[in-house]
Design a protein around this ligand. Structure first.
Ligand SMILES: Nc1ncnc2c1ncn2[C@@H]1O[C@H](COP(=O)(O)OP(=O)(O)OP(=O)(O)O)[C@@H](O)[C@H]1O
Ligand SMILES: [Mg+2]
Length: 335
């Protein structure tokens, strides 16, 4: 593994074996997260972003399971570990989870205990991970609550999650993840429920911490504006596959995959003083049981080649270091 790389995901497949059939939520995904850098993962709802993140954390519950691939991670001591080889309930992954890799979940309630105050929860997590005394950990908790923009942090410390609004709970989650200064922060749509100002504050906060602690960030979002602002690299997913990835400049200025090109066109633009959505992608994301043959995007793609894109999986075309596209249009001999 490259010395600048913290996590390398190779051919990851995570399937759900339901009574109705197999959902191939993540179906052969490759990407890497660099040390101290931000990787953004984008794609429409249901394309497998959260399941990819949860696979790294080894938090996939039955009937789901990682069926193939590897997730190589270089730990704090510089040792390379394949996270897929660890027992999901074992000590080793538990030590990494929270301590080295922390995650802000899409549903904040799923990771807050309803029976403890938010202050206690963050304080205990800080004590466990940073080894501070109770008093010092409380001080740090109040500090971090303030940092994520929670007013009257000293009073909020004694609140239970149910006493807070959704946006406040989201901030508590962010505070909890940030308080422990992990080496990798996975943030799954952490700011979607928040107003624009808080969203901007939180992005600043994450970026500040990242500089200070050389933290790597995997940031999942629908919002290409956020990607433009914070990403070093980006991965574009569609129906459990990576369709394109690369440095953020290339993703915005030289997009290749028709799916990415359509996504970029559907960003609302300010035209003649009013916000306009220029173009939206035709059709809908198909149900996971009805995955199209060949390239999963072909039924919605204006440039699909009959007898080709519907017939076989598209080739992976390497365009540069860390930059690739999976599409027949870029096969050798075409451009
Ligand atoms: N427990 C489960 N059982 C069966 N299928 C599941 C389960 N969890 C997720 N899936 C399926 O896996 C696919 C990927 O889901 P995932 O939550 O990763 O999407 P996402 O990209 O995060 O979407 P969103 O933007 O809406 O959060 C979806 O088709 C989803 O229905
Ligand atoms: Mg999700």
């Amino acid at each position: 593994m490259d010395k600048d790389t913290l996590v390398e995901v190779q051919d990851l497949k995570t399937y759900f074996f339901t009574d109705e059939g197999v959902v191939k939520a993540v179906d052969g995904v490759d990407f890497s997260i660099k040390k101290g850098k931000t990787l953004c993962v984008v794609g429409e709802s249901g394309c497998g972003k959260s399941i990819t993140a949860r696979s790294i954390m080894r938090l996939i519950d039955p009937p789901g399971r990682i069926v193939e691939g590897s997730i190589k991670y270089v730990n704090g001591e510089g040792v390379e570990i394949d996270l897929t080889a660890l027992s999901p309930k074992g000590q080793e992954i538990r030590k990494i989870r929270g301590m080295e890799i922390s995650m802000i979940f899409q549903e904040p309630m799923s990771s807050l205990s309803p029976v403890h105050t938010i202050g206690e929860q963050i304080r205990e997590s800080i004590r466990l991970h940073l080894g501070l005394s109770k008093e010092a950990a409380k001080e740090r908790t109040i500090e971090v609550l303030k940092e994520v923009g929670i007013p009257k942090a000293e009073e909020r410390y004694d609140n239970y999650p149910f006493q807070l609004s959704g946006g406040m709970r989201q901030r508590v989650m962010i505070a909890m993840a940030l308080a422990c200064k992990s080496r990798l922060l996975i943030a799954d749509e952490p700011t979607t429920a928040l107003d624009v100002t808080t969203q901007a504050n939180i992005l600043d906060l994450i970026q500040g911490l990242q500089k200070e602690y050389e933290m790597s960030v995997m940031f999942i979002t629908h919002d290409l504006g956020v990607v433009a602002e914070i990403a070093d690299d980006a991965v574009v997913m569609y129906l459990g596959k990576v369709v394109e990835r690369g440095p953020v400049d290339a993703i915005f200025h030289d997009p290749k995959h028709p799916y990415l090109i359509s996504l970029l066109r559907s960003i609302p633009q300010l035209t003649a003083g009013k916000m306009e959505r220029l173009d939206s992608i035709r059709g809908m994301v198909p149900h996971p049981f009805n995955r199209p043959s060949g390239c999963p995007f072909h039924p919605r793609c204006d440039r699909a080649i009959k007898g080709r894109c519907d017939a076989a999986a598209p080739p992976r075309v390497i365009l540069g270091p860390g930059r690739e596209v999976s599409c027949f249009l870029y096969e050798e001999g075409r451009s």
